[in-house]
Design a protein around this ligand. Sequence first.
Ligand code: PGA
Length: 248
Amino acid sequence: MRRKIIAGNWKMNKTPSETIKLINELKPLVVTEDADVVFCVPAISLTTAIEAAKGSNIEIGAENMYFEESGAFTGEIAPNMLTDIGVKYVIIGHSERREYFAESDVTVNKKVLKAFEHGITPIICCGESLTQREQGVTIDFIRQQIKIAFLNITADQAKTAVIAYEPIWAIGTGKVATTEQAQEVCKAIRDCIAEIYDDATAAAIRIQYGGSVTAASAAELFSQPDIDGGLVGGASLKPDFGKIVNYK
Ligand code: PGA
């Protein structure tokens, strides 16, 4: 049985002092025995968030990191900077990073490799555009993203990875994928992992759905056989996130 994982993606929201306030507000609401709960916050608030979440079931994740150890990469965050302060997860290859910051499948793969090297669990994002969906190439496109993201990743590493399927047309638009659409792609991702590795790896890896998840849609989405939780943007900044975590 895979354990659910429900992660908030705060994106570029909340200052460090607002972070303390929001974590204190959400802490009692996100208590659960049934799922891993992760708050992915802006880099500047990571230390503050870790302090604020102490003693709770909330784990803190980063929204990005670089694939080099150190050096002349102005503005970037190295993996050991994250582990040094206790960061456990990192979102990699979010569609906003691919679109606005020119991240590619190849850089995603480099970051995934680095995350594993440092014992950080990557939340690897994939997802098609509206055009791709309308042209019927969704599954082909996602399979390509997954196959490149997992290049040179071992089966043991892959088993602990998290994949977030986030159709771009559903992110921040209020337009949630139907349960059937989300399940279909999450299953295709699991089949692709089985092809790359084996059935045991496919059965172990956790696959989230993301894109306009709300308290109203969480229960149906998260009870699909291949959906192991969600990556939640907008709704993770509100008390509603407690309802999403406790969706049952
Ligand atoms: P949303 O964002 O829930 O606001 O659509 C999801 C995401 O981008 O991770």
